[in-house]
Design a protein around this ligand. Structure first.
Ligand code: HEM
Length: 606
């Protein structure tokens, strides 16, 4: 019988392959007869945390834990594990190193949770030795010590380089990434797997998309993966700020700004968000003839820019009095949107676009500096982020921020805090127009919770289904679809060498479309985000706001803002796609709609 047949008999397939690593632990638990409840829940808990229960893995594990110990089944399982161990060279280095060390890690975690029963501490207790021996025996690699030695050797031996597209000798994949970044990223996953090397002129990029690997970079080993030089282009726009720095330079900026994003602060902004949206929808109603179409993408950009201007420095960027500032901000944001273009000349070269950007920055800087001076002089500090930064004194250093630092932060928040929400909303209204059943359910929830009243912070909190619809939109269209980190010291991911100074690409767009994590990944289905479904998934299977210490500071604000906007729009009208219009995704800094999104409002009650 070959490996595939044994796997089929044990109910193991591509979908739940990772669960296989739990088999030795289940055997150990079976060794005493039936699995004790505590043992079972321990194995399940640790496995869930590790993300080993993807696909039908949970059902498979449940089946194992619930069944009576079955000598024939154990026998088959042992044969399979032995065959896999014997054939490890066929599966490649990555498979062996990862599977074996995953088993060790798992044993260690189970042991910690169980108070040391299966630990791999220096002094191994007889029980531990016995448990390890059973597992080692199952793998056909001798006793526990030998097993440990093999793993140590595997970890110490040079790891191979990750596979990847061949690329042009001179420019690597530069052209492909400039032309169709999403196409290239998905090809990398489909053709080359979990860790993919992408050649670029003079450097290497590594795309990692497996949830465990993403967690490794963003959470477990985040100190080794910094923004560093990979944020150089963004630094040309905002200089050193919360979104371009790391470590000690970044920490005080985060600490100072954090209170502005606490629940109470976000709650205070809800009224303003509802008012701005109500005015926008009112304008549509006044301006648009029946069945006239308009660009929802542009409207969402204008609205979220207005909201962020009010939240950051209490200025209405739509008013006539601030027209010059509004235009300058628009130019700066447009310039940033092109900052991922690898062919663009550095901002020091006086091209027309660079000169226009420099002029816009001057206008913005003058506004920030004048406003700061006025606030200092008058002592008038409206409750916004600018006041918070102006008054802030770092409790550890006793220092406050310079005006230049505040300018950098203001520009950063403008950039980070408006286009992301605007593009998410654009795609959400598009998906709602394609899924009437989702829209009907959403409207039902709005009617039940708000009953026609204007939304408040508290009532928005109750819109659980709307939350799911937003989450699913951000799965398919994660605004920050690809970000980078620079590698500090050489590391290994998935058994492959990741050299120092290389860049790691983290693409939520790719992870969110992995067929081993998401069933029917291209389908739009908010049911993926019920609390039960979320609890089943590995921690970094979904990360539109990133994870770890740099996780988006504006997440709660963005969610509340998007909910307020959707609620007000949906209460007044239904947005239908303009007949014949097909929007196109364009990957710039965010996932935009290339030619906008033409829709027409169908007003309720008219
Ligand atoms: C749908 C909306 C949003 C999405 C998808 C989003 C996504 C992200 C992501 C992926 C990061 C990680 C960047 C990195 O580490 O390199 C991030 C960081 C950040 N976001 Fe957001 N964001 C959104 C809305 C907002 C809003 C509304 C604000 C502020 C008003 C904001 C401010 C920031 C800031 C300041 C950081 C840097 C945090 C740090 O490094 O400490 N974001 N965001």
């Amino acid at each position: 019988m070959n490996i595939s047949d044994t796997m089929r008999e044990l109910g193991i397939d591509k979908d739940n392959f990772r669960t296989l690593g739990l088999l030795p632990l289940v055997f150990v638990a079976w060794a005493d007869g039936a699995v004790q409840r505590a043992e079972g829940s321990l194995i399940r808990r640790v496995a869930r945390e590790k993300g080993w229960l993807l696909g039908s893995g949970e059902a498979l594990l449940d089946g194992w834990l619930e069944r009576e110990p079955d000598a024939a089944y154990v026998e088959k399982g042992l044969v399979l594990l032995k065959e896999l161990a014997a054939e490890r060279h066929r599966f490649g280095h990555a498979f062996t190193a990862q599977t074996l060390s995953n088993l060790l890690v798992l044993c260690k975690d189970v042991a910690e949770a169980a108070g040391g029963l299966w630990g791999l501490a220096e002094s191994v207790s007889p029980e531990e030795e016995q448990a390890l021996a059973v597992i080692a025996e199952a793998l056909g690699i001798g006793d526990a010590q030998t097993w440990r030695r093999i793993v140590a050797e595997i970890e110490a031996s040079p790891a191979p380089s990750a596979p990847g597209p061949k690329g042009n000798v001179l420019v690597g994949e530069l052209r492909a990434i400039a032309k169709d970044p999403l196409g290239l990223l998905m090809r990398c996953l489909n053709d080359h797997g979990d860790v993919v090397r992408i050649r670029m002129p003079g450097m290497e990029w590594f795309l990692v998309s497996h949830p465990d690997h993403v967690k490794h970079v963003l959470v477990d080993e985040s100190r080794n993966y910094v923004r560093g030089r990979s944020y150089e282009r963004f630094r040309l726009v905002v200089d050193d700020s919360i979104v371009t720095t790391d470590g000690e330079q970044w920490r005080p900026l985060r600490r100072i700004a954090q209170p502005a994003f606490h629940r109470q602060s976000v709650a205070r902004m809800t009224g303003m968000m509802v008012r701005c949206t109500t005015e926008m929808v009112g304008r549509w109603a006044d301006r648009l003839e029946a069945s006239q179409t308009f660009d929802v993408a542009a409207e969402m950009h204008q609205l979220t820019l207005r909201i962020i201007g009010l939240a950051l420095f209490s200025v209405d960027l739509e008013s006539e009095a601030t027209r010059e500032l509004g235009e300058a901000v628009g130019i700066a944001l447009e310039y940033t949107a092109g900052s991922t273009n690898p062919f663009r000349l550095p901002s020091s070269v006086p091209t027309p676009a660079n000169r226009r950007f420099a002029r816009a920055m001057k206008v913005f800087e003058t506004f920030v500096f004048d406003t700061l001076a006025q606030r200092r002089e008058s002592g008038d500090h409206p409750p916004d982020l600018m006041s918070m930064l102006l008054e802030a004194v770092d409790p550890e250093t006793g220092e406050s921020l310079s005006h230049v630092q505040i300018r950098n932060e203001m520009l950063t928040y403008l950039i980070a805090g408006h286009e992301t929400s605007a593009t998410t909303l654009t795609w959400l209204f598009y998906e709602l127009s394609r899924h009437p059943e989702v829209r009907r359910r959403l409207d039902g929830e709005l009617e039940r919770v708000l009953g026609g009243d204007a939304p408040t912070f508290e009532s928005l909190d109750e819109l659980a289904y709307m939350d799911q619809v937003i989450q699913e939109t951000m799965r398919l269209y994660p605004a920050a679809y690809m970000l980078t980190r620079e590698v500090v010291s050489e590391d290994r991911i998935g058994g492959f060498t990741i050299p120092a100074k290389a860049w790691v690409l983290l693409s939520s767009y790719v992870t969110h479309r992995r067929p081993d994590v998401w069933e029917n990944p291209e389908g739009f289905d908010p049911e993926r985000f019920t609390p039960e479904a979320v609890a089943q998934r590995a921690p970094c299977a979904y990360y539109p706001f990133f994870a770890g210490s740099h996780k988006c500071i504006g997440q709660a604000l963005a969610m509340m803002e998007m909910k307020a906007i959707i609620a007000v729009v949906q209460q007044r009208c239904r947005l239908d796609l303009a007949p014949g219009f097909v929007p196109e995704v364009e990957a710039q800094v965010t996932l935009r709609a290339r030619n906008g999104l033409l829709m027409r409002p169908i007003w309720h009650g008219r």
